[in-house]
Design a protein. Structure first.
Length: 470
């Protein structure tokens, strides 16, 4: 054991990408010595605290190590009051099983990450500040944890969403939740009668499609370029009382092929006043994506037609949180659905977000990062177009930091997904994002994981080469 500790002390001086990587490295080194019996069966291990002290590591890493050794590799047992010991014996089959686990765990780190829906990294300095805020708000007493709504957070959200939507909301007209899928399901159940449909004018993410399906409501797609024809068909459905909700949101992560002018949305407002359906305005990607300003022309305190769902941040830690704004009566109906949950968002997350919203810190961080990301997205766009492999319209009309790639030659090769996984290229899960009858012949990739031009160029050139080969 002494030799192992000396070895680890030397090796841990190198850079690791995360605490999880350090923990995995230590655990595997211990397991290897158990398998080849350089560590004898039944050996008593140093305590986590002692090992943390010797290796100059935080206890959180040693807890991860012990969890891997006991739960993942199953090579140690903990005796209450007696420390942890290596198991008494190991069969050849068990050694084979563990070696396969190690082989899998030691696969080269995937550097070609094209699958992130949300921004993972604001840079080292900003990340450090975010982690400090999270740590400061991690432990709350039970009384605070059981809060269903944090009043101060509502006040901050009211100011934010009022600015964003150009409409003066009150505190009673704003709430929040942490699961977009569940939220869309509840909205469909509440605001759309069973015999009515949810109408969309553009392809939407599979997340939305599945959420509406879970509410047992039907989606009607009125997706075509001719706006006059769309309005004509929509009016007929309104007259037949078939419209409960009009879902209006970004087509991201898919391209936006059709633009609707102000006259189109004005005509929809006129139809809403006559037929009393609800607009569900979903602003789920707060990254330079324009969505219709449906509150334009509505006087404060008179809105009964629009329910607005707003993502507060594109940063992955806060990306699931949604701010909901609408009339008091509509929100009361929604809150009843959430009553059994006891709380809408973990208060440690809520208080952390509140701290970042003071002085517009989070908005400042995102603005900085989006400026960087804009440049990287432009680089990606040029590379994809220059390859000559993909349908150019979809690339030109991409949304945010996403690209939908459909080959000019026709369907994707049957073994494409297998080849991408083999070469450690992670792409966006087609089943999660599938959009009903649309966009079935390509793949989705995201630039959200990148912060350097070289990484974008290297990754996309590698991806393009795979497409050429197969």
């Amino acid at each position: 054991m002494e030799n192992l500790i000396k070895y680890l002390s030397t090796k841990l001086k190198q850079d690791f990408v995360s605490n999880e990587a350090i923990a995995k490295y230590i655990a595997i080194e211990i397991v290897r010595r158990v398998i080849d019996e350089r560590l004898e069966f039944g050996t008593l291990l140093p305590t986590q605290g002692k090992l943390a002290e010797i290796l100059e590591l935080p206890m959180s890493i040693l807890r991860l190590v012990w969890n891997l050794l006991s739960e993942h590799y199953c090579v140690i047992k903990s005796n209450r009051g007696g420390g942890s010991v290596i198991i008494a014996s190991m069969s050849e089959n068990e050694k084979l099983r563990i070696n396969k686990l190690i082989e899998r765990d030691l696969e080269p780190p995937v550097k070609r990450l094209l699958d992130n829906e949300y921004v993972q990294d604001f840079g080292k300095e900003r990340n450090r500040e975010l982690l400090q805020v999270a740590a400061a708000n991690a432990g709350f007493c039970a009384a605070k944890y059981n809060l269903k709504i944090i009043p101060e957070l509502i006040t901050a959200f009211v100011e934010d969403v009022s600015r964003k939507r150009g409409y003066d909301f009150t505190n009673k007209e704003v709430s929040y939740a942490d699961d977009i899928s569940e939220l869309i399901t509840y909205c469909a159940q509440i605001y759309c009668a069973k015999k009515q449909d949810v109408v969309v004018f553009a392809p939407v993410s599979g997340v939305i499609v599945n959420a509406i399906g879970k509410a047992k409501r039907k989606i009607t797609y009125l997706v075509q370029e001719d706006a006059d024809q769309v309005l004509k068909e929509f009016t007929l459905r309104c007259k037949a009382n078939k419209v409960g909700i009009v879902y209006v949101g970004p087509t991201a992560p898919f391209p936006s092929l059709f633009e609707r002018d102000a006259a189109f949305w004005q005509r929809l407002h006129e139809l809403q006043k006559k037929y009393h359906f609800k607009f569900l305005l979903d602003d789920s990607f707060p990254y330079n994506i324009e969505i219709p300003e449906l509150f334009s022309g509505i006087d404060p305190g008179t809105n009964t037609s629009v329910i607005s769902i707003n993502a507060k941040s594109s940063y992955h830690k806060y990306a699931k949180l949604r701010v909901i704004a609408g009339c008091v009566q509509d929100l009361k109906k929604l809150e009843k659905k959430y009553e059994p949950k006891g709380k809408l968002v973990d208060p440690s997350l809520g208080y952390g977000l509140l701290e970042l919203m003071k002085g517009n810190k989070l908005r400042e961080y995102e603005k900085e990062h989006f400026q960087l990301l804009d440049g990287l997205v432009a680089v990606a766009k040029d590379l994809l177009l220059a390859s000559g492999l993909f349908v150019e319209e979809y690339i030109h009309k991409h949304q945010a930091y996403f690209f939908y790639l459909e080959m000019k030659s026709g369907r994707l090769p049957k073994n494409l997904y297998k080849q991408l996984k083999k070469h450690h290229v992670c792409f966006m899960d087609p089943e999660r994002y599938q959009t009903g009858p649309f966009y079935k012949e390509g793949i989705l990739i995201s630039m959200a994981n990148f912060s350097h031009r070289n990484s974008v160029e290297t990754t996309l050139k590698y991806l393009i080469e795979i497409f050429r080969i197969i």
